[in-house]
Design a protein around this ligand. Structure first.
Ligand code: ASP
Length: 334
């Protein structure tokens, strides 16, 4: 059987020369390979930014400010998700996020750039913009992830101010929940959850960011997929990037975002890659009716795709022609 491999090279014009080779399984001679090589010019769509859920629209605006001024994808994704983190009305990310079952807001975030540098914080309290702490972990420490008290100490050392993240609205919601204290993640809760963001800049470089207050009323100490490189977020500048939202345990179990990127490396489109991993999640969970997961993927050509387990997942897109929401395809109609 013949393998199909594609070699990507960014040209000076910003388009991509794709050398399509249809004979690479080692049994074919070099001559034979030469015969089947073919150059196709693909227009790279850049810059572009995509992010999860409705709150992605405002976050994309901030990211677009950076991208449209020829800024880096890394700066764009950090600036973008900070908007959502600082929005006190948003009850699933940063300030105003719903607390754990003990009434404490704990935050998870990670960031990854085009050189595979990455940084993360988990179980961080009292800091409004965990994504910026994650970036500092990436840039100023020899580590990838700091958690809990150590992450807070590091943040304060770097000049981040402590803030009470539990807003009156979130406190009221938690007090209401405490009446029954029944733990049941609600699919597409308020139609906004984690913000995951992926961007491709003018230079053709990819970066991603992911930040969340995690599942509402989780156990104290629980960490989800969002700060875990390979689960909530993965970037490989040779191929593409992916991020996840939804029940983090299901994403971790399947190494979700890394898997989406690997499937793109094998030739799948962003949407096909997301769909395949969603299929694996469905096949590995007996209680899938209670589990929503959505993936977004963006490849080196600026092509994006998304897919959800259930209906209801949507993403925000911003590029030179579009500023809009896109409904993800899904496997199960909830
Ligand atoms: N993935 C997040 C977590 O499990 C939550 C979400 O995206 O809704 O913490």
């Amino acid at each position: 059987m013949k393998n199909r491999r594609q070699f990507l090279k960014v040209s000076a014009l910003g388009s991509v020369a794709v050398l399509t080779n249809t004979a690479c399984n080692g049994q074919e001679s070099a001559d034979n390979q030469k015969d089947t090589n073919e150059i196709i010019n693909i227009e790279v769509k850049k810059p572009i930014v995509v992010s999860t859920w409705n709150h992605g629209m405002d976050a994309n605006k901030a990211a677009w400010e950076v991208l449209s001024n020829k800024g880096s994808a890394l700066d764009a994704v950090e600036a973008g998700v900070r908007v959502t983190e600082s929005d006190a009305d948003n009850m699933s990310v940063g300030l105003g996020g719903l607390p754990d079952r003990d009434g404490i807001v704990t935050l998870d975030a990670c960031i990854m750039d085009h050189k595979s540098n990455c940084g993360a914080v988990a179980f961080l309290q009292n800091i409004e913009n965990p994504i910026s702490v994650a970036r500092k972990v990436m840039e100023d420490t020899p580590h990838v992830m700091l958690a809990g008290e150590g992450a807070l100490m590091f943040a304060k050392d770097k000049g981040f101010k402590e803030t009470n993240l539990l807003t009156d609205n979130a406190k009221k919601a938690w007090e209401e929940w405490m009446k029954d204290a029944e733990y049941k993640p609600v699919i597409n809760i308020e139609n906004h959850d984690t913000i995951g963001m992926l961007a491709l800049d003018e230079e053709g470089n990819l970066s991603g960011a992911c930040t969340t207050s995690g599942l509402a009323y989780k156990m104290h100490g629980r960490v989800g997929d969002s700060p875990i490189i390979g689960a909530g977020l993965f970037v490989d500048n040779e191929v593409g990037a992916a991020c996840a939202t939804g029940v983090g345990e299901a994403v971790i179990r399947t190494a979700g975002s890394a898997m989406v990127v690997e499937l793109m490396r094998q030739g799948k489109t962003p949407e096909e890659a997301c769909k395949e991993v969603i299929g694996r999640i469905i096949s590995k969970h007996e209680n899938i009716e209670n589990i929503q997961v959505g993936f977004i993927a963006l490849n080196k050509n600026g092509e994006f795709g998304c897919y959800g387990v259930h209906s209801g997942f949507n993403i925000a897109l911003r590029d030179n022609e579009n500023e809009k929401m896109v409904d993800a395809k899904f496997e199960l109609n909830k």
